[in-house]
Design a protein around this ligand. Structure first.
Ligand SMILES: Nc1ncnc2c1ncn2[C@@H]1O[C@H](COP(=O)(O)OP(=O)(O)OP(=O)(O)O)[C@@H](O)[C@H]1O
Ligand SMILES: [Mg+2]
Length: 473
């Protein structure tokens, strides 16, 4: 059978085979030469016998030589990564043992390589989940690995670049060089990315310990400080705005007190007028403080999920009732239309009442008089997404408050929920307000994972729409 295989595969015996046959036949050649020299054998028979020995050795050695050649070829294919699918059947014991050993070694390494690949992939996936950019650097400062946050910040081709090209900031490069030259273990520094004053970064550069063995010798971790700086700026702007808003009525009140103490000391008429203005200013200050306090209370509860089943229709009816006197004064009718069989929703009733009251008060203050405010409560299949916070999935209650009046300009419309923002015409008309009602409403709705939208046209007036999820996610 082996002979048929040799014939079919047409494997030519290599030079090792010829050498081996001659080597194996050499002792017989010596014996025949000795017999000839002792005249025990004629040279003719000696030569004939030697040729037979050679032919015999050729026949004996050919299968094992052939199979060794098969094993050699098999190992070559394994090295090229082609083998595995072609198994070899060997009859020679020695050769098949070698093939077996090579096979199991190949299996072991293939398994180790798979394991290493899986480990590398899972390490890369873990690094990609980090919110901050992380990069690995080799001994010449080339970036040889970067997580998703780093690639998003500095470009997809980051891993083919050198740190000097990417950062172009000398103190940063010097710090990295000190790490690469093993002068220090770690460096921390602040810098502006691409000299952009809006993008302040904090960098932590650290050399890798000697036992980490890879090509990477250092790691750079970046922290984007611009977001926290903008939060800080928002907070300081808020404090500045709040103090400014409080200082204005306070300076009006102290101005009038001074006038009453001096020039208008004995002026009865002026005193009555001034006291009225002072009372108005004091009232404004107290509603400002009240609103500021409720805003901070709501912000403290922002991450507490409201859970009490609440009847939104009842809350709206109560809010309308509370404003009945004011509505009569303004000759405004408030009409409520509610879809039947509305479900209760998980909500904070007091906060939702505050939202409805502010929307109704706004419709009364800024809508036309005499006129009508139309309130509707219904259902929506989903909540429109918000740019600044996440909203719940699924169905929602929809509460809309509409009043007739001139269209709000788009540049004002997009800023209505900003703290202290008021439309200039309303300030000029002396309509009282702190500019905090809608920002309170927005935070309450945010806590409920809902949304607040506003639309305004000349024909339909202004409509504020509140979406409140039926189920919180
Ligand atoms: N229905 C509306 N029609 C027209 N403009 C409105 C309407 N609602 C609000 N606005 C404008 O949006 C601004 C902000 O409203 P917001 O309720 O936050 O504050 P405010 O009513 O001025 O004061 P506060 O509610 O704190 O007493 C208002 O000053 C007003 O200019
Ligand atoms: Mg208001």
């Amino acid at each position: 059978m082996i002979w048929r295989k040799i014939w079919q595969l047409k494997i030519a015996p290599d030079s090792n085979y010829i050498t081996r046959v001659l080597l194996y036949s050499f002792p017989s050649a010596l014996v025949f030469a000795l017999l000839v020299s002792l005249s025990l054998l004629t040279p003719y028979w000696a030569l004939l016998s030697y040729v037979w020995v050679v032919i015999f050795n050729m026949i004996i050695l050919l299968p094992s030589c052939f199979e060794l050649q098969l094993v050699k070829n098999y190992i070559r294919r394994l090295a090229k990564g082609e083998a595995g699918q072609h198994k070899i059947n060997l009859s020679d014991n020695e050769a098949s043992q070698i093939a077996e050993a090579v096979n199991s070694m190949h299996k072991f390494w293939a398994y180790r390589i798979d394991e290493l690949e899986a480990q590398t992939m899972s390490d890369a996936a873990v690094l990609d989940t980090l919110p901050d950019p992380v990069m690995m650097i080799d001994h010449v400062g080339d970036i040889i690995g970067a997580n998703l946050a780093a690639r998003n910040l500095l470009g997809e081709n980051l891993t083919k670049s050198n740190v000097e090209k990417v950062f172009e900031y000398h103190p940063f490069i010097n710090a990295l060089n000190r790490i690469l030259n093993k002068e220090t273990e770690a460096e921390n520094l602040f810098f502006y990315l691409h000299n952009n004053l809006e993008q302040k970064m904090y960098a932590h550069i650290k050399s890798l310990p000697w036992f980490s063995k890879g090509r990477a010798v250092a790691v750079i971790a970046l922290y984007d400080l611009s977001k926290s700086l903008s939060v800080e700026k928002m907070q300081s702007d808020f404090v500045a705005n709040a103090s400014h808003e409080l200082r204005t009525p306070l300076s009006v009140i102290s101005g009038f007190i001074e006038t009453l103490q001096t020039t208008a000391k004995d002026d009865e008429n002026a005193r009555a007028d001034f006291l009225k203005i002072m009372a108005d200013q004091a009232e404004y200050m107290s509603s400002l403080i009240e609103n500021l306090l409720s805003l901070s209370r709501i912000e403290m509860q922002l991450h507490e999920r409201p859970s009490v089943p609440t009847d939104v229709e009842r809350i709206m009816s109560e809010a309308i009732e509370a404003l009945e006197v004011k509505a009569k004064e303004r000759q405004v009718k408030i009409k409520l239309k509610v879809l039947k069989n509305l479900p209760q929703i998980p909500a904070d009733a007091a906060q939702i009442r505050q939202v409805f009251q502010n929307l109704l008060e706004n419709a009364l203050k800024y809508g036309i008089s005499p006129g009508t405010i139309n309130v509707q409560i219904g259902l929506a299949e989903s909540i429109p997404p918000s740019k600044t916070f996440s909203v719940a999935q699924g169905k929602a209650l929809v509460v809309s408050v509409n009043n007739k009046g001139p269209r709000i300009k788009p540049e004002d419309l997009s800023r209505l929920t900003e703290r202290f923002y008021r439309i200039q015409e309303h300030k000029d008309l002396n309509i009282k307000g702190t500019g905090l009602g809608l920002s309170i409403a927005k935070q309450v709705i945010r806590r409920h994972q809902g949304n607040l939208t506003v639309s305004s046209t000349n024909s339909n007036g202004t409509t504020f729409t509140v979406y409140l999820p039926i189920q919180l996610s």
